[in-house]
Design a protein around this ligand. Structure first.
Ligand code: DAH
Length: 344
């Protein structure tokens, strides 16, 4: 029996296989129930007791060697299991979803681009502001209702702060103040940004929204310049056939002040529910910068004059895309955002 074991050991040592079938044949020949090694195991029962220990060890060695050798050979043919574990190379690729630009970013960029082509630069300022830049230097009287709790969010700096000095800006006009404090004319800027007002949230109002402020200060700037720039803007934004109309209005920081309407781009001026059958929709406020504002910011109002305008980005976006509920802009619902995939 020992000779037989030695012989099988040599055979196992020399075992080779060219493919999985040959390997399987070897496994059957040596390790299956009726294989050579199993047969020896059966014969082992008849081995005299004093030889059992030595013979048992030899037999085990043979069996382990055979199993190891077969396993090693198997690895050669089992490349699929080894290298591509769980990987299905025939599967189609996942579609990669590209993000889309937010509609307010699209409209903001378009506004900036139109004014950029007319020579305006971009300026930005802080959202957490102080009363000086949001109201006082913009010629708001101390008891102006816009400072009221109704509109302004006050920031509690510490328990002792009862001055209501630190606030969330309620309009981007504060940026014109910050720029004029540090620069001398010519100044030609647009200031995009987020603003906050203490309003109940509904389909037509939100506690924050976005504006673009415009400012041009130089020698001899007139209302005619303002009107021409706004006409060009309206026609670039809403189409060459767009008409504008200016209605007298009041803002503390401009004199004279106006509100600008464009011919309703939904009905073409014929009258529809959107323009309340007037044919016109309001899109911005504007006017000549009040000399008090120039002087408060360190610009000599006897030498320079300027115009300013301010518009809500949501309003322009509504006109372009007819979004019926303002809340959609801040909910991040991808079904809404995906509708702007084709816009740039
Ligand atoms: N700041 C005004 C608002 O938030 C908008 C505005 C009106 C800005 C007239 C201006 C302007 O610069 O001249 O309602």
């Amino acid at each position: 029996m020992i000779a037989k074991i030695e012989q099988l050991l040599q055979e196992v040592e020399a075992m080779t296989a060219n493919n999985a079938e040959e390997l399987e044949a070897l496994r059957i020949k040596y390790l299956s129930k009726k294989g050579a090694i199993s047969e020896l195991m059966t014969d082992f029962r008849n081995v005299p007791a004093e030889q059992k220990k030595e013979m048992g060890m030899k037999l085990n060695e043979l069996k382990n060697k055979a199993q190891e050798k077969i396993a090693a050979l198997k690895e050669q043919f089992d490349t699929r299991d080894n290298e591509c574990d769980g990987l299905d190379l025939t599967r189609t690729a996942y579609p990669i979803a590209l993000g889309t630009r937010h509609p307010l970013s699209i409209v903001r960029n378009e506004i900036i681009d139109i004014f950029g082509r007319m020579g305006f630069n971009i300026s930005e300022g802080p959202e957490v502001e102080d009363d000086l830049h949001v109201y006082t230097k913009l010629n708001f009287a101390a008891d102006h209702p816009a400072r009221d709790m109704q509109d302004t969010f006050f920031v509690e700096v510490n328990d002792e702060d009862v001055t209501k000095n630190i606030i969330l800006r309620s309009h981007t006009s504060s940026v014109q103040v910050r720029v004029m404090e540090h620069a001398q004319p010519p100044i030609r800027i647009v200031c995009p940004g987020r603003v906050y007002r203490n309003e109940a949230i509904s389909y037509r109002a939100h506690c924050f929204f976005h504006q673009v402020e415009g400012l041009y200060v130089d020698k001899g700037v007139s209302f005619t310049d303002l009107k021409q720039v706004l006409l060009l803007f309206a026609q670039e934004m809403f189409g060459a056939e767009t008409k504008i109309r200016l209605r007298p209005s009041y803002f503390p920081f401009t004199e004279p002040s106006a509100e600008m309407d464009i011919s309703c781009n939904i009905c073409g001026g014929k009258g529809c529910p959107f323009c309340k059958h007037t044919g016109w929709v309001e899109i911005l406020g504007c006017g000549m910068v009040d000399p008090n504002v120039l002087d408060a910011c360190g610009i000599d109002s006897k030498v320079y004059s300027g115009y300013a305008f301010g518009m809500g980005i949501e309003r322009i976006a509504n006109l372009k895309y007819r979004v019926s509920d303002l809340r959609l802009f801040s909910e991040n619902d991808t079904r809404f955002l995906k509708e702007f995939e084709a816009a740039h």
